[in-house]
Design a binder for this molecule. Structure first.
Ligand SMILES: Cc1cc2nc3c(=O)[nH]c(=O)nc-3n(C[C@H](O)[C@H](O)[C@H](O)COP(=O)(O)OP(=O)(O)OC[C@H]3O[C@@H](n4cnc5c(N)ncnc54)[C@H](O)[C@@H]3O)c2cc1C
Length: 383
């Protein structure tokens, strides 16, 4: 990488670099060893698409997942700011982190916030060791943006609950050991009432997983059907009927991380290198300058979200703003690269093509752009 490219990459957009330098170099070295041994090829969107259970377990053994969880549950007892440094480096390396990403990012924290002691002891150490792989059963065919409209139901049964329903777009369900599930357990005055969160085993009788192949021909998400699936009472997360309030908090953990701005980082690196080669293309230099400035702002926002989490908050609006702005940034990186000659080069096709085909999902998954804007606007109206 040339000087301009080096200067413009992440360590020169100040966020959390200095205090976490040791952690950063540990992650870089570990990822580089795996990459150089041919055990993975860096790629965009690795947190959702690149699955390697052994990589996740090795990270766990080094205390690099479940970093913020208490030590008594197998965590490292570190801060969200430190976790941010690690996640930035993993995304930057395009490393295969999908096996632990969802469990580590939001299910462990949700169980630690709302779960019973029994549930915490059963599940959290297994996330921390990389043994429990989680998928998210939120969206349904008629309930995506309008999540409160979920129809999957859970009815009381002897010693637990019986779940019936249909989830869709369930990332990595085909490789997961456990699912987080949002289901209706009562009908209330408002559709937001009567929702309950559950943790269930994916090998339970009555669970059927069917693949959905995406635009690029890849299989990462699925449909999941539940037919009279028994979930023991101890697997309710939090208070029955109060699921809406809890899931909103959980979404701030889902939306408020570095993956909302860095999932196509390998493409940004290519853009920086190409801009350095095109010394006379002033317009391209100006575009890159704008993008790097935005990256610095986004990293600052990630840092603020992590700091709020360290203070025990679930920063719903800040996380929505980060996701909205991060998605726009990633879209603009890809568009900037599209106007260079580089994407005519067949050898380059895989890096660019892969990010391009993944990009329509950026502004949808984890909450559509318009929905995030209205969430932010509603909060503004209240203050
Ligand atoms: C790659 C990927 C992975 C995913 N993984 C998971 C997963 O693991 N688990 C899971 O539960 N879900 C997952 N999802 C689903 C995702 O969260 C939903 O796609 C998202 O919430 C949008 O819901 P929808 O697809 O039903 O779109 P819809 O709700 O039908 O929305 C479609 C469009 O309508 C517009 N719109 C909708 N509502 C409003 C509104 N109120 N105001 C203004 N405009 C509006 C927006 O333009 C929106 O983009 C994933 C999605 C993708 C793309």
């Amino acid at each position: 990488m040339n000087t301009l490219a080096r200067k413009a990459t992440m360590e020169h957009t100040p966020a959390v670099a200095e205090p976490c330098a040791g952690l950063r170099s540990q992650v870089r070295q570990f990822a580089a060893e795996w990459r150089d041994a041919g055990r993975y090829t860096p790629r965009s969107d690795s947190w959702l698409r690149s699955f390697d259970l052994e990589f996740s377990k090795q990270l766990a053994a080094r205390g690099l997942i479940a970093m913020t969880y208490p030590k008594e549950f197998g965590g490292a007892g570190r801060t969200h700011v430190e976790r941010l440094a690690v996640t930035e480096e993993l995304l930057r390396a395009g490393a295969p982190v999908a096996a632990h990403w969802i469990g580590d990012r939001q299910i462990g924290p949700a169980i630690l916030r709302h779960g019973t002691r029994e549930l915490q002891e059963e599940i959290v150490p297994r996330i921390a060791s990389g043994d429990a792989v989680f998928c998210l059963g939120m969206s349904e065919p008629e309930a995506g943006s309008d999540l409160a409209s979920v129809r999957t139901s859970a009815q009381t049964a002897d010693g637990g609950w019986l779940v019936n329903g249909h989830k869709i777009w369930t990332t990595q369900a085909h490789r997961s050991t456990h699912a987080y599930l949002l289901a209706r357990t009562a009908s209330g005055e408002r559709k937001h009432d009567g929702l309950t969160e559950f943790i269930l085993d994916m090998d339970s009788e009555g669970v059927t997983v069917t693949p959905i192949v995406d635009l690029a021909g890849e299989h990462h998400f699925n449909e999941v059907r539940f037919e009279n699936v028994f979930v023991p009472a101890r697997r309710v997360l939090g208070e029955p009927g109060r699921g809406w309030r809890q899931v909103i908090e959980q979404l701030s953990f889902e939306r408020g991380g570095a993956e909302r701005a860095l999932s196509s980082y390998p493409v940004l690196v290519e853009l920086i290198a190409e801009t350095a080669r095109q010394r006379d293309d002033q317009e391209l230099h100006a575009v890159l300058g704008g993008l790097i400035a935005r990256l610095a702002v986004l990293r600052r926002l990630c840092f603020e979200v992590a700091r709020a989490m360290d203070e025990g908050q679930a920063p719903v609006q800040q996380a929505a703003a980060l996701k909205y702005l991060g998605n726009a940034f990633e879209h603009d990186v890809i568009e900037a690269l599209r106007r260079t000659d580089l994407c005519q080069d067949p050898a380059f096709d895989s890096v660019f093509g892969q990010a391009l085909l993944a990009s329509p999902a950026f502004g949808l998954r984890g909450g559509a752009a318009e929905v995030l804007l209205s969430l932010i606007a509603r909060q503004e109206a209240r203050t």
